[in-house]
Design a protein around this ligand. Structure first.
Ligand SMILES: [Zn+2]
Length: 152
């Protein structure tokens, strides 16, 4: 039997099966790394299992697929024309879950950033977005600042 898939196709397929080390995640990791930030990859004990965890800064980064997580106004997020009800339930459920994850993390003092897979195409814009997020004060830092100013 002739093996019809190339090594490149096979590795793309395998990375999709594993669900880790997909290209967008790799790009984000390498950008954040090159900015000099330390992070852990994935975290089962944090809500939503974020892709990058910057514990010292109390910040997490999610790398989201535009379709599954329904990137607003993104062409990749277009809903299928068949099995409409099934997809609406499924995708609306994903949106709700993402919202409650972000809210839950915020309550626990973690700031989150979502990077959409389509943003990988514009590396300069993406780098600026990551940089803004990473240098911004953490939620806990902001809370301290507020209580300090209010004399508490
Ligand atoms: Zn998108």
């Amino acid at each position: 039997v002739v093996d019809r898939i190339t090594a490149k196709q096979r590795s793309a397929l395998m990375s999709r099966i594993r669900g880790r080390d997909t290209k967008p995640e790799k790009v984000v990791r390498s950008l954040v790394h090159r900015m000099g930030f330390r992070f852990r990859i994935g975290s089962n004990h944090l809500m939503g299992n974020p892709d990058l965890v910057l514990s010292r800064h109390r910040k997490v980064i999610f790398v989201h697929g535009c379709f599954w997580h329904q990137h607003t106004r993104c062409p990749r997020a277009a809903r299928p024309k068949s099995h409409v009800e099934f997809w609406n339930t499924k995708l609306d459920g994903n949106i709700q879950r993402d919202r409650s994850v972000t809210a839950g993390l915020r309550r626990a003092g973690w700031s989150s950033l979502i990077v959409w897979e389509c943003e990988i195409k514009h590396i300069i814009v993406l780098r600026a977005k990551l940089c803004r997020f990473l240098v911004s004060p953490s939620l806990t830092g902001r809370q301290k600042e507020i209580s300090r100013r209010s004399g508490g």
